[in-house]
Design a protein around this ligand. Structure first.
Ligand code: SF4
Length: 396
């Protein structure tokens, strides 16, 4: 086993595989399936977690995979109440939605506020870029609907972050994206470079790995500079989220939940359970039993931890992490990467570098470290003591 002190820190629940829109880069294999996770399955999941010795003190519950808001507000009201009734006093729960924003209403805002739900909205930038990929089932752009949702959150004073997928076209347009966020009053942004996943083949991933990395480097460098030159963007995940991982005490854990068994518990709407990268749930694989370690209706977490599929995955993921530790200068920041990317790009968990490394770890870390060289020494000391907000504020 990678660790003996396993703690569940994140539970990714699939309330339904169904999505009301059909993004051109979507990789979800069951987005037309209207099944929903029953309250019995939600109850069984949390009973398993809370009765086990593995529940972390703080657990983030992410309602994801498909569009969570296709189910009614009353569904989540009942689900949150049920989880709350089972929760031991010493465990804190934070709910989180990643949504396309098209179905947001005042009723949703009330639920979000009442339960302190954290919200991420998927918007790919200005209308032309967004509508090129994020379309309805009949092929119409969803920009107006998503922006209506964002304006509603703003009018209700509900904080949110935005995730933007960067396509081949948008990588050339950091100025346009920056101007769009400022004009829309969006202050917290995350970027995902469009990947090839499932049966989706990204135009970007047809290019040389080094070329995509270089293009993303230029994009991020320009975007960061623009954001520090004028007020408006408060948080860029790829920069401000990575700084604490770079400037942390030497003895601190790398905190990579994707390589730690049970740190992320991923549950589909039928109660099937996976661990490690959430994207693995739903993929087929003979060697690892389709990445399933059990089902909440039949197995305890202890049984899942000792299942044959878990053991096989742990052996290979651990081999990959150890190879990363030996070979990669970014290991202390990354902690061994994302198993799903290693498997899909290199054909095995027991491997190291991927395009994902380049985009998510290496490019942003290089940018930050190069900016670090231009800082005054007091800012550096503050950063090394993990006063990361002070550090981020010094780069202007
Ligand atoms: S950046 Fe890539 S190669 Fe380096 S530790 Fe992470 S996964 Fe391994």
């Amino acid at each position: 086993m990678l660790r003996t002190s396993t703690h569940i820190r994140t539970i990714v629940l699939q309330p339904t595989p169904f999505c009301n829109i059909r993004c051109r880069y979507c990789y979800l294999p069951s987005r037309d399936d209207t099944s929903r996770m029953s309250l019995q399955t939600i109850g069984a999941t949390f009973r398993r977690v809370f009765e086990s010795p593995y529940a972390g003190e703080q657990i983030t519950v992410i309602w994801h995979a498909g569009e969570p808001m296709v189910l009614p507000v009353s569904y989540y009201e009942a689900a949150f109440e049920l989880i709350e009734s089972l929760r031991p006093a010493e465990v804190m729960i934070r709910h989180s939605f990643q949504t396309n924003g098209t179905l947001l209403t005042r009723e949703w805002c009330e639920l979000i506020r009442k339960w302190g739900v954290s919200i991420g909205v998927s918007v790919d930038g200005p209308q032309q870029l967004h509508d090129a990929n994020r379309v309805t089932r009949s092929g119409k752009g969803t920009f107006d609907l998503a922006m209506r949702g964002i304006r509603l959150l703003q009018s209700e004073d509900i904080p949110f972050h935005v995730i933007s997928v960067l396509s081949n076209a948008s990588l050339e347009k950091p100025e346009e994206l920056h101007a769009f966020y400022l004009e829309a009053g969006i202050v917290d942004v995350c970027f995902n470079v469009e990947e090839s996943e499932g049966d989706h083949v990204s135009e970007l991933m047809q290019q040389e790995r080094a070329q995509v990395g270089e293009r993303f480097h230029h994009f991020l460098q320009r975007f960061w500079k623009l954001s520090r030159q004028a007020p408006g963007i408060n948080f860029i995940r790829e920069i401000d989220g990575l700084i604490p991982r770079i400037f942390r005490p030497a003895e601190a854990d790398t905190g990579n939940d994707q390589v730690e068994p049970l740190a992320m518990l991923n549950v589909d709407c039928k109660g099937n359970v996976g661990s490690f990268s959430p994207e693995l749930l739903g993929y087929r694989n003979e060697r690892y039993n389709d990445f399933l370690i059990g089902n909440v209706h039949r197995h305890s977490l202890k049984q899942m931890l000792h299942s044959t599929a878990m053991k096989a995955m742990v052996d290979d993921i651990q081999a990959g992490v150890e190879a990363c530790r030996q070979e990669c200068g970014y290991f202390s920041i990354c902690g061994g990467g994302a198993p799903v990317n290693k498997l899909s790009e290199n054909g095995t968990f027991a491997s190291t570098q991927t395009s994902f490394c380049n985009l998510v770890q290496i490019t942003p870390a290089d940018l930050i470290l190069s900016a670090f060289e231009h800082l005054d020494p007091t800012a550096v000391i503050a950063a090394q003591h993990n006063q990361t907000t002070a550090y981020a504020g010094h780069y202007r």
